[in-house]
Design a protein around this ligand. Structure first.
Ligand code: SAM
Length: 439
């Protein structure tokens, strides 16, 4: 449903012809696209996984491709293993810009994705970053921050910290970040065909409110970007007030140079409506140095579970691991922000036992070979994900890493005739798995 007054309004930003094409396209079906997680699976193997459904690559994101129709991703164990992310194609342009910055400037990088839930841009950023880089994925709304944390755990990049803080709190970290992504809350014009609520809530007044809120968010967080650092500002709207005018305001009001901007329009581009701008902050300074953290590394048999180059530490009964290079930054941020996930939970200490944590299975820090592995077929993998009973005949008793198509899914404790499932109840799939169509 196209809101009243929208056509006339948008024609003022896009012109009559473009607006007409757009309105027509908004009546159609949105394309479906997935982006591979290159640290877990090759793009060709993912295409093979989707078989006949796999269609052409997304032009601006070579590791992503369209699907001919939308399967039930919830019933695909490879999705739960973090093999891919279901992301709207236009918004993958942020990843393209980011890769350009990373190529042209030198790291290590500290990147903040300020409005990050559910995690489309953050998972893409994690794939663009390298060992030693830091990704802070923030979401101000608590319930959405938990979804973000689960999606980032699934993606498995160990240099991720997930926070649940207001942009104002970031503004206090002067010059800390090299790259800032602000994928701002907006009037959602680009989502009308996917999200009928966005269409119902649209009005010119709401556009003005959104544009003002975006300015506030940008101004609040701005000091945390170092001089000479880059900001990627994006919205899923078409109107110039939230898009070009706000990008112009970053340049003139906050102090930056506009390097690139692009609109994606249904009817012209194969994706939803999206706007994206790249700016460089005036000046040139390195990111703020932080004192080395006095982190007392833990000596534990859990060291056997993780790859080298990370520090182990214990919080309560949980042993977690963090890339050594990021320990100082993590401690600094933990004392200033509401951090909800930092490093990888490796194991729970229970008396003299170490119970492997679900997130360890999903992290690239997991040392393959540390646990016996059971390769599950799709039906058993779905039973695992639904926390329904199953057995692993022939496997040794004790902790087993369960995998699907070679990717770790989680842990069970094999008791012989049945398994104790170590998947957290909060991650259990709640769909009927009995008549799941094959992919
Ligand atoms: N970047 C996300 C992704 O790619 O998956 C989508 C982000 S969505 C467009 C905008 C996010 O901004 C929402 O998660 C919303 O909760 C958050 N948000 C809402 N109000 C905000 C505020 N005042 N400050 C910062 N973020 C806000």
């Amino acid at each position: 449903m196209i809101p009243e007054g929208f056509r006339e309004f948008i024609a003022k930003s896009l012109g009559e012809e473009e607006a007409g094409r757009l309105i027509e396209a908004l009546g159609g079906e949105p394309p479906v696209s997935v982006r591979v997680n290159p640290s877990k699976i090759a793009a060709d193997a993912l295409r093979e996984h989707f078989g006949k459904l796999a269609a052409e690559p997304v032009e601006w994101s070579p590791e992503a491709f369209y699907l001919n129709e939308r399967p039930s991703f919830t019933l695909d164990p490879l999705f739960h293993a973090g093999g891919y992310y279901v992301q709207e194609a236009s918004s993958m342009y942020v990843g393209k810009i980011l890769r350009g910055i990373i190529c042209e400037t030198s790291g290590p990088f500290r990147l903040l994705d300020l409005c990050a839930a559910p995690g489309g841009k953050s998972t893409d950023a994690a794939s663009a970053l390298r060992d030693g880089d830091l990704l802070v994925a923030n979401e101000v709304i608590g319930s959405r921050a938990s979804v973000l944390a689960a999606n980032m755990a699934r993606w498995g990049f160990p240099g991720t910290i997930v926070t649940n803080s207001d942009p104002v709190e970031f503004g206090k970290l002067k010059g800390f970040f090299d790259i800032l992504i602000v994928d701002a809350p907006c009037s959602g014009e680009g989502m009308f065909r996917k999200d009928s609520e966005a269409a119902q809530e649209w009005s010119e007044d709401n556009v003005a409110l959104c544009a003002a809120r975006q300015k506030r968010i940008l101004a609040d967080a701005w000091p945390c970007l170092r001089a000479g650092g880059h900001i990627i500002y994006s919205t899923c709207t078409f109107n110039r007030f939230e898009d070009e005018e706000n990008a112009g305001w970053i340049a003139s009001g906050l102090g930056g140079e506009l390097l690139e901007q692009r609109h994606f329009l249904p009817g012209r581009d194969k994706g939803e409506g999206f706007y994206c701008a790249l700016l460089r902050k005036e000046g040139d300074e390195p990111h703020t140095a932080i004192p080395r953290a006095a982190v007392k590394p833990l000596s534990s048999p859990a060291a056997e579970f993780v790859a080298g180059g990370c520090l182990l530490m214990q919080k309560g009964d949980i042993i977690k691991a963090l890339p050594e290079a990021l320990a100082g930054a993590a401690a600094y941020l933990e004392s200033r922000l509401h951090v909800i996930r930092s490093g990888v939970a490796v194991a729970q200490v229970k008396g003299r036992d170490l119970i492997p944590e679900a997130d360890l299975a999903l992290s690239t820090l997991l040392r393959r070979g540390a646990f016996p592995e059971a390769a599950l077929d799709r039906d058993t993998a779905l039973r695992f994900l639904a926390r329904e009973p199953f057995a692993l005949p022939g496997m040794p008793k004790g902790f087993i890493l369960v995998t699907y198509k070679g990717l770790p899914l989680g842990f069970v404790k094999n008791l012989g005739n049945r398994c104790n499932n170590l998947l957290p109840a909060s991650r259990r799939i709640r769909m009927d798995i009995k008549n799941a169509d094959k992919l």
